[in-house]
Ligand binder design. Structure first.
Ligand code: BMA
Length: 388
């Protein structure tokens, strides 16, 4: 008995020492990554199913997503069941994007005035239909208290473990965690979410952007954030998405990449700015080039590739969907594309939208896009397919 006790104790001591060493999580993560599983070794059953189904569905086509789809559209807000995509096609999107900016400062509504309690119920509705949920976070600048677009020098350094705003950042992550942990479906299971923190990190418009921190600082921020959510808050229903803005080479894309053990989805955001045939051609060329790089990386690294945000503001070209956007994405194998929000008229007098609404000049073309065999909307993405 004594020997057995000794052996067991020794084993436990070794195991604990290993579990406490910083490398332990990486080892486990690395094993998961190579085993075709999410980076979180404790990911819930539904999260693992989502991960596998996202990969499987890529063989069938590309899912269409829309930010804030169920909350509002052009000229309407909070009408139960309404969606600009549904008004045009008769079907909901397959992917739903939501945004948590201002959750960190305890506001009941996000930076775009969407109440968080309503957001939770939209997320449940989407999940119950088998939709995929992805969340971004334009979190405020923790050093200055100003917006996410305030690029004060040293902000990233200030939230790292030795920094003066580390406690503030942890408090913000606590609030984020409470929200994420409140997302449960009808059966009581946690709703899996593709979390997309620190987006567009190769641009310099956010405080975590390229000119405001070193690649190493960004990676530390990424690692700390995931470890805190996963290992301290015990959140196991997240897939993590790494995404840049436009990029011109694989080196640029990977400059701030946190490592294969730290991301499940890899993507980029892209917007068309110029109008007319030359601008359209350029967009096709640019997107094709980036997708070729992304696809290769996804294959090499066993990750899920996606266009994590896209749009052509105000859709000034009535055939953009089939002649430009589809042309850019059709030759590629990607999981989803997420059109940005149909804010409509904004308080500052401008208007913002990226997908057609009923009566919009590009609606007919969007229906053609919808009918393509390889574009997937809600009806083709049932709950059984996604989470079982
Ligand atoms: C931007 C715009 C802003 C919005 C922000 C966060 O691209 O749509 O109006 O506040 O995203 O959702």
């Amino acid at each position: 008995m004594k020997t057995n006790f000794l052996v067991v104790s020794l084993f436990l001591i070794c195991f604990q020492a290993r579990a406490q060493s910083p490398g332990f999580i990486s080892v486990k993560n690395h094993q998961s990554a190579s085993k075709n599983l999410p980076i979180d070794p404790l990911a819930t059953k539904e999260t693992v199913n989502l991960y596998n189904n996202l990969k499987k569905l890529m063989n069938k086509g590309v899912m269409f997503g829309h930010q804030d789809d169920l909350a509002y559209g052009v000229n309407w807000k909070y009408v139960p069941g309404k969606s600009d995509i549904k008004e045009v096609t008769g079907d909901y999107p397959a992917v739903y994007g939501w945004e948590l900016g201002h959750l960190e400062i305890g506001h009941p509504v996000n930076l775009d005035s969407v109440p968080f309690d309503k957001m939770k119920s939209f997320i449940r509705q989407a999940y119950d239909r088998g939709g995929v949920v992805t969340i971004s976070w334009h979190l405020r600048n923790p050093l200055t208290g100003k917006t996410a677009w305030d690029p004060a020098a040293g902000t990233v350094a200030s939230v790292l473990p030795e920094g003066e705003k580390h406690a503030v950042y942890k408090n913000w992550l606590d609030k984020l965690s409470a929200f994420i942990l409140s997302l449960k479906g009808k059966n009581g299971a946690y709703i899996p979410v593709i979390f997309r923190p620190f987006h567009e990190l190769n641009g310099s418009w956010f405080w975590w952007g390229k000119n405001h921190c070193t690649p190493d600082e960004l990676k530390q921020l990424w690692h700390f954030t995931i470890k805190y959510l996963r290992d301290v808050k015990n959140i196991h229903h997240l897939l993590y998405a790494y995404n840049t803005d436009r990029f011109s080479s694989q080196e640029e894309y990977l400059e701030r990449y946190p490592g294969d053990e730290w991301a499940d989805v890899i993507g980029f955001d892209v917007y068309q700015r110029g109008k007319g045939p030359t601008a359209n051609e350029q967009f096709v060329k640019d997107v094709s080039k980036m997708l070729t790089i992304l696809e290769q990386l996804a294959k090499q690294k066993n990750k899920i590739p996606a266009i994590t945000e896209f749009g052509f503001g105000g859709l000034p070209d009535s055939t953009w969907w089939t002649t430009t956007f589809w042309k850019a994405i059709e030759p590629h194998k990607i999981s989803y594309v997420l059109g940005w929000r149909n804010a409509g008229s904004k308080p500052n007098g401008t208007s913002e939208y990226y997908v057609p609404y009923k009566g919009h000049a590009s609606s007919r073309d969007f229906i053609q896009f919808y009918k393509k065999q390889k574009t997937l909307f809600q009806k083709e993405v049932t709950k059984e397919k996604m989470y079982q």
